[in-house]
Design a protein around this ligand. Structure first.
Ligand SMILES: [Zn+2]
Length: 599
């Protein structure tokens, strides 16, 4: 996985794709790179613990023979007409097709390869006399029918019929609703079309809406043909027309395999943990900025003007980077829903979706704000917990699993393999946990004689019975003071870490630079002579670990004791004098089968 969490060094592999009439000059490239760097720096400022650093690589590809919109279903139109068409008209008089957009229209000749005639677009005004006033100011579509030799004008959900052989007058009984009079229309087309035409060549009728069109067969009950709607232009595969030649020019395979290899190429070159490719171009795309997290790629296109005048590039790139790392769109027109789950490492609903959130906030995935994240984005991009330490760890003999806790989340291991579908939230998965314990615990430990699991938070603790649905037992939480005989006063106010070692059947509690040893087989009393300093009693402890640890856990598969401090851990072998083994401390990152911020 090349982009699981937005942490540590991430490779941003920038590819500039240009060519004649699509040139990206050096100033623009410098601007793009600076904006991309601002995007990652801005994102990183939201969560310093993520240790997020961008490492940037750039490649330039020039495609000298690129032909824009080659392969379009309607060749020869100018680009605005590929974005949207207001209306179109087949004239039986001229045997030509007229596309309308705004105040202009383009004439297409079906007898000349369906290409646009030279000299177009032209203004509508002065060229189309006799329009009814209210339709003349706002026509959505016009259609000349070879069957009826009449012209149909569409506006909103209604249409009128004009008879050119009767002084171009509107027939009686109009306007009528589209719905019910044109069978098989998709609902959005019945609510209003952008353009319509009858073709004498195919004897079919074409309706256009946005970047899509449908085809109606008057000889088949005027029904819409199968497999429609289709895109007018190239749709999302507009990107394929320059991306694949660019990948080929760079020596990579085409398609998603090539982007994946290019990501690895960039990422490996800068020794980053995660990465993705960002294509910048002026060549046609279906949308000006988008991300495909599975490839993984971001595509950003300047449709007109220069890149260096695009000052919001940084925040938009940050938004798209959010997608790469698992964050969903939160703006209303994305059709987001609050109940959908997202995220690569953590899983969280889209709770800030503008369509359903009670009080949606402006933020990265809703408004492209660079340094404002809603509460749901951190879990989506992997920032919610397991950022700066492990709070608690415990091996439970009931099921032979190892649990690790951080903040409101926990993970579970079988052996030393991270189980699927973790991390999970403590809340809802550990029955009876008080709210403050569900928000995070200080320590956890297995109780061997009674086969219970103990969780500590501040001056209190709870006891869980795995044999009774893993539920917190009645009467808890209880105060440590008075219930753990012999605890020093400062340990009773809270502990940092706890671990049961089957080697000697003792429980160790750690607090700052001190530790105590409890004997469950002797009334759970603290052994004589404790507390003791960690330093000098645990051979090989690094100084920062001897000053205090944050969690400890028993590793059953190898019978070792693990201690965690910040983003690192050490391993102790009780069978070898309880000494820290060679090669430690190590980073939690990767060694615990999960990506973790590294120092
Ligand atoms: Zn988006």
């Amino acid at each position: 996985m090349s982009n699981e969490r937005m942490i540590n060094r991430i490779s941003v592999g920038i590819v500039y794709v240009d060519g004649p009439a699509f040139e990206i000059n050096d100033d623009e490239k410098a601007h793009i790179l600076a904006e991309v760097q601002e995007a990652i720096t801005g994102l990183a400022s939201n969560e310093p613990r993520a240790n997020l650093t961008g490492v940037y690589s750039t490649l330039s590809v020039t495609l000298p023979t690129f032909v824009p919109w080659e392969g379009a279903n309607w060749p020869g139109l100018s680009e605005p007409f590929y974005r949207s068409i207001d209306d179109a008209l087949w004239s039986g008089t001229t045997n030509k097709i007229y596309f309308f957009r705004g105040s202009e229209y383009i004439r297409v000749d079906p007898n000349n390869g369906w290409q646009a005639d030279p000299g177009y677009p032209k203004p509508i005004a002065g060229n189309w006399p006799g329009f009814p006033a209210n339709f003349a100011t706002g026509i959505n579509a016009a259609l000349w029918s070879g069957t009826t030799s009449k012209i149909y004008f569409f506006k909103g959900s209604e249409y009128i019929r004009v008879d050119p052989n009767n002084g171009w007058n509107v027939d009686a009984g109009y306007p009528k609703p589209i719905a019910g009079n044109w069978p098989g229309f998709p609902a959005d087309f019945a609510a209003g079309v952008d353009a319509a035409l009858w073709s004498g060549t195919t004897d079919k009728i074409y309706f256009f809406k946005g970047d899509q069109y449908i085809r109606v067969d008057p000889n088949n009950g005027w029904n819409v043909d199968p497999d429609y709607p289709k895109p007018v232009g190239l749709g999302w595969d507009a990107e394929d027309k320059w991306r694949d030649p660019a990948l080929t020019a760079l020596g990579f395979p085409v398609g998603s395999a090539g982007v994946a290899q290019l990501t690895d190429f960039f990422q490996g070159a800068v020794a980053a943990q995660f990465g993705y490719v960002a294509f910048f171009t002026k060549m046609p795309t279906a949308w000006f900025a988008y991300a495909n997290s599975g490839w993984p790629k971001v595509v950003m296109r300047r449709t007109s003007g220069a890149f260096d005048s695009w000052t919001s590039l940084d925040s938009i790139f940050a938004h798209e980077t959010g997608h790469i790392f698992g964050a969903p769109d939160e703006y209303a027109s994305s059709n987001c829903v609050c109940t959908s789950s997202h995220g690569r490492f953590f899983t969280e609903v889209n709770g800030n979706c503008d369509n359903c959130a009670t009080t949606p906030v402006n933020c990265l995935m809703k408004n492209n704000t660079l340094t404002s994240l809603c509460a749901f984005t951190p879990p989506h991009i992997g920032w919610e917990a397991f950022l700066d330490t492990i709070d608690a760890g415990v091996h439970t003999y009931t099921n032979g699993k190892l649990y690790m806790f951080q903040g409101a989340y926990y993970v579970r291991y079988t052996g030393f393999d991270l189980d699927a579908e973790y991390p999970k939230k403590i809340a809802g998965n550990w029955p009876g946990f008080p709210a403050d314990f569900a928000a995070g615990v200080d320590a956890a430990v297995w109780g061997q004689p009674n086969s219970r699991v103990y969780f500590f938070k501040g001056s209190q603790y709870v006891r869980v019975d795995p044999a009774a649905g893993w539920a917190v037992e009645a009467g808890y939480p209880k105060a440590i003071a008075g219930n753990w005989p012999g605890f020093p006063a400062d340990f009773a106010t809270g502990v940092d870490a706890a671990v049961y070692t089957p080697t000697n059947q003792k429980i160790y509690f750690f607090k700052g630079s001190q530790y105590i040893r409890v004997d469950p087989n002797n009334g759970w009393n603290v052994d004589a002579g404790y507390p003791k300093p960690i330093a000098g009693n645990w051979p090989g402890f690094p100084a920062d670990f001897a000053a205090g640890v944050e969690s400890a856990a028993w590793g059953e598969p190898n019978e070792r004791v693990y201690f965690f401090k910040d983003t690192r851990y050490i391993r102790v072998n009780p069978a070898a004098g309880w000494a820290v083994e060679a090669g430690y401390p190590r980073d939690i990152n990767v060694n615990w089968r999960m990506p973790f911020p590294a120092a």
